[in-house]
Design a protein around this ligand. Structure first.
Ligand code: ADP
Ligand code: MN
Length: 499
């Protein structure tokens, strides 16, 4: 009744042959998939159910379907090849390898055919193309043929043309092509409808973004995850552990690799960095000023920047691993997807420090662990966590604090590195002091204990001022000498760590 075109009177549901066919195809595919249940086993449905199910697979995307089928085919082809190889070689001492004929090579060819660089796209991909300008014919005439805006026919045509200005989602049909003339009344009703549609659509989109992992797991990401399962590296992706602003984390059971020396942990966490543009903006001060990424940041390409976050997390975790700090172990990095070992057991992640109720004994233990880790992080890894709080520390096996979420971690010589460290210290200090640890240093003492900087100011304002002065000194030094040499006492050159 809201639609100004009026309700269609008992129009039979029209359905093209193509629709029927594709629906049938989709059903067949789903059936097949259920039978094999190889790549995304539905049987593994646990409490939440597996993350990638038949329904979840976006069968509306033909390209995606085709790619998935191709991968499935390749895998089967390889299995057959292996059988033939075995048969061919038999017990012979000299064997011939069919290796080169295989289709699936575990993550070798980085299929960059799907790469679309931001700079390369002429048009903003997030904005639909403007509708073609409307033909003005009929509006201006000659001599006695001059028409006014009150001319019914012209006005009607004009209204039809104005429809093109509605939101692109609003299907207006080819009014111009068929020389449709809309009366003002109908036009205004339509306009109202279009506006409310626009608002409704905006609301819908908003909801979608907030409610699910949908945004992070776009078809390309899903394909990437599918590849990991298909290659056998992961056995199952069971479900989503966390949906954050910048990332979505999934749980998976590990599989095998062909590489002899590499062992996939029995349980993995998959951190998918979101490929949306809105969120990473407020983080760019971490990466923009990080000299390790300086050359690369100049080419502002959102896709690459998001990958850089993943890459950064990987490098930082590796440094921490080398220093013996309890943290997830990196399994593999693929574009914006980082696979690491899972902290927790049987799909249940270790609780965050903010969520566990610790005895005063354990609280004290946890505090000293955190103090020690902060020192190790600073001295041995040359890193400041920069988002350290009870949200990013997990209490594992009821006895050890594990550090996670280090994509934003920076070196202490980062232009804001010491400010980040001070913020970390404040979080840690407050958490443990509130938690009843009387031994816990205050934020300033903790800062000095971690950095060895011996800032003497006895109040927060002066302390912060000194921190900023130090940062400035270091920056000036960099400006003058063109290289990063720490201006801090006893801290020499930043150590080269695992990169
Ligand atoms: P975000 O940037 O979204 O905060 P995090 O790295 O902190 O990303 O991950 C979000 C949540 O996912 C964590 O709070 C933790 O509960 C869970 N998580 C992340 N990594 C792991 C892991 N390796 N093992 C277990 N749980 C993890
Ligand atoms: Mn976090």
């Amino acid at each position: 009744s809201q639609c100004p075109w009026g309700a269609a009177k008992g129009a039979a549901m029209s359905c093209s042959l193509a629709d029927v066919m594709s629906e049938q195809l989709a059903k067949e595919l789903q059936l097949e998939e259920e039978e094999e249940s190889a790549a995304f086993p539905e049987r593994a449905a646990v409490a939440e159910g597996p993350f990638v199910t038949g329904e979840n697979i976006d069968t509306s995307s033909d390209l995606m379907l085709a790619q998935m089928l191709q991968m499935e085919f390749d895998r089967e082809y390889d299995a057959q090849l292996r059988r033939e190889e075995k048969k061919f070689n038999g017990d012979s001492k000299v064997s011939i390898s069919f290796e080169n004929y295989r289709k699936v090579h575990p993550f070798d060819s980085d299929s960059s055919e799907d790469e679309v660089d931001w700079q390369d796209t002429r048009h903003d991909p997030y904005r639909a193309d403007k509708p073609t300008t409307t033909p003005k014919k009929g509006f201006i005439g000659k001599g006695k043929d001059i028409t006014t805006k009150h001319d019914e026919v012209v006005c009607g045509r004009k209204n039809t043309a104005r429809m093109e200005n509605f939101a692109p989602e609003f299907q207006v049909g080819d009014g111009i092509g068929m020389d449709l003339k809309l009366s003002n009344q109908v036009f205004n009703a339509l306009k109202q409808h279009a506006y409310s549609e626009e608002r409704r659509s905006a609301r819908l989109h908003e909801k979608k973004e907030h409610s699910t992992a949908e945004k992070a797991v776009d078809p390309k990401t899903r394909l990437l995850l599918y590849k990991m399962v298909n290659s056998g590296m992961l056995e199952t992706i069971t479900g989503c552990i966390s949906t954050g602003k910048e990332s979505v984390v999934f749980h998976a059971y590990g599989g095998n690799t062909n590489e002899e020396d590499k062992v996939i942990p029995p349980e993995c966490a998959i951190k998918v960095f979101k490929t949306t543009l809105n969120e990473f903006k407020n983080r760019d001060k971490y990466i923009k000023d990080d000299y390790r990424f300086k050359d690369r940041f100049s080419k502002l390409n959102p896709r690459k920047i998001i990958r850089m976050w993943a890459e950064k997390e990987m490098h930082n975790l590796t440094r921490m691993q080398n220093a013996g700090i309890p943290c997830p172990q990196v399994v593999i990095l693929k574009k914006h997807v980082l696979v690491m070992s899972f902290i927790g057991q049987d799909q249940a992640p270790a609780p965050k420090l903010k969520d566990v109720k610790l005895s005063s004994e354990d609280m004290k233990k946890a505090y000293y662990q955190v103090l020690h880790m902060m020192q190790q992080l600073y001295k041995e890894c040359n890193l400041v966590h920069a988002d350290l709080s009870e949200y990013n520390m997990l209490w594992h096996e009821g006895k050890v604090v594990w550090l996670i979420d280090v994509s934003q971690s920076v070196e202490p010589t980062h232009p804001h590195g010491l400010e980040f460290l001070f913020r970390d210290c404040r979080n840690v200090s407050q958490f443990f002091q509130k938690g009843g640890v009387t031994e816990a240093l205050n934020e300033r003492e903790l800062f000095n204990a971690v950095s060895n900087l011996n800032i003497t100011a006895d109040n927060e304002v002066d302390f912060q001022a000194e921190i900023e002065a130090l940062e400035k000194m270091n920056e000036d030094h960099v400006q003058k000498h063109g290289k990063k040499v720490s201006a801090f006492p006893g801290d020499g050159d930043p150590p080269v760590c695992g990169e």
